[in-house]
Design a protein around this ligand. Sequence first.
Ligand code: NAD
Length: 355
Amino acid sequence: FTYDAPVLADRSVRVVFGVGSLYRIGGEAAQLGCRALLIAGPHEDAAADVVAAELGPDLAGRLRDVAQHVPTDLAHEATYRATQLGAEVLLAVGGGSATGLAKVIALRTGLPILAVPTTYAGSEMTPIWGLTDAQGKTTGRDARVIPRTVLYDPTLTVSLPPQLTAASGMNALAHALEALYAPDATPLLATVAEEALRALAEALPVVVAKPDDLDARAHLLFGGWLAGWALGSATMGLHHKLAHVLGGTYRLPHADLHSALLPQVAAFNATAAPEAFTRAARAMHVGSGRCVGQALFDLATTVGAPTSLAKLGLEPDAVESVAASVAAATVGNPRPVTEADLVHLLRAAFVGNRP
Ligand code: NAD
């Protein structure tokens, strides 16, 4: 085989992984700039207070207003604050929403990001930014939004409630699975994605059963890191297209949405990408690639992650309209998909049928 291995030094991300790594934020932030703008929602107050104490006079300001899918108004206001405060570095502490807001500011100002993820969404490892307005969600790829440094501290994920943990873990599984059958998958990417699936599938039930188990939290966060890297390195398929349209148009909670869709998309794609699903089955300790969709559904049920779009508040009428919109778009997916397929798949996800 021939492929371009990702060893470009100018795209590397400095990763600090381990319990207590949050306390290294002062020194790490100083490598990137002196005046730091801290972006952390209200649920991340405890971690944000530690950051504020570590930064001392280098903390230029603090933004607590973050929201999923980065509404344009919020992005304008945050960019204005960053400029007004003379920020030199953006510190994003939180899930994909905090990272997402920092990314849009970075896109507009060129400021470097230091990310401290507290969920398993994986945005900190990708060049993907997103913005949402009344017309829907726009995404793009830009090297400027890739964080320069990421601190993974498993301690920070202990406060993530079991339901959010479960859904966020399913979100990470979706990145890894779609990377395995991506049109631009490479042997290196497939190896990382398989390892991500293994870590996530093993650690998720343990973490949900024992939220304080730091070893399991570290294992899950490691899986989230690898899955995020896979997301950033591959072209995603049908699953991410559906999540993009449903999330951007109906504003459903991001990770929950991924959880309800993933088993159905996996079952739909299994026969079209046998090698990828053999790897997925091996990682998830499942007998055959054809059973991965069912195994994902069972995992979601075990950990209490959503399996039904109806229970997330989607109206039944949305099924046909999302199917039409996705059928009209270009989606790089191993199995060609018709509008009728999409209606069938979305109805199953709507009800929450085991595939
Ligand atoms: P989120 O960041 O909105 O977090 C979900 C909820 O959990 C929030 O209320 C948050 O305050 C709370 N929370 C987070 N960490 C916590 C903790 N440790 N303890 C207690 N509460 C905590 O959700 P998310 O699923 O992490 O991210 C979703 C957003 O990220 C979406 O906008 C999605 O589009 C984006 N995203 C982008 C990429 C990318 O590559 N650009 C990748 C994944 C997700």
